[in-house]
Every structure is written in structure tokens, then in C-alpha cells.
Design a protein around this ligand. Structure first.
Ligand SMILES: [Zn+2]
Length: 93
């Protein structure tokens, strides 16, 4: 699998570190304990397109939001997490 880094171009997957799903919103500090438990431990297992955070640790060290199909591993889009944050989607926490 290869990822098209917006800064570095197409690179091998070995240069990247997977962080997890990009979708979950971090609960507020005063949220109930159950909300924090769910944020940390409860994960969806989607089949199909999924937003994920990847770190280009072996390159520009940027955080990326990668839209990938969990069934075919096709990468549909890649953008910088800081751009996602600027759009108010809450990525790159
Ligand atoms: Zn890069």
C-alpha cells in the first residue's frame, strides 16, 4: 500500500504510522466517565470507506487524514489534518 502525502508525494506505507479513526470527537473534560471510556476503548469496525489519521513519521512528520476502504484498502483521498481542523471537523487532536 502506498500513500500520496500532500507534502512529499507518493510514499511506501512503511514511512507512516497509523493512529486510528479520524471521526471520533473527544468528549468535554466534564463529560461523564462513560463518554471517556467509549472514546478510548469502543471502536466501530466499518466495512467500506473510513477516515483515519496517519503520521508521516519517516517523511515530513505531518498528520494526515486518509479516506481508505477497509475492504479493498483503496485510498480514496489524503489531506493534511491541519486543513481538516481549519474546516472544523475536529481532526488532528
Ligand atoms: Zn510527507
Amino acid at each position: 500500500m502506498r500513500i500520496q502525502c500532500p507534502n512529499c508525494g507518493e510514499r511506501a506505507i512503511e514511512e507512516f504510522t497509523y493512529r486510528g479513526a479520524a471521526a471520533p470527537e473527544r468528549p468535554a473534560l466534564d463529560a461523564p466517565l462513560e463518554a471517556h471510556f467509549a472514546y478510548v476503548y469502543i471502536r466501530d469496525n466499518p466495512a467500506g470507506r473510513h477516515l483515519e489519521h496517519w503520521h508521516h513519521a519517516g517523511g515530513c512528520r505531518a498528520w494526515l487524514v486518509v479516506e481508505r476502504s477497509t475492504t479493498s484498502h483503496e485510498i480514496c483521498s489524503v489531506r493534511l489534518a491541519e486543513d481538516q481542523e481549519a474546516q472544523g471537523a475536529g481532526a488532528g487532536q
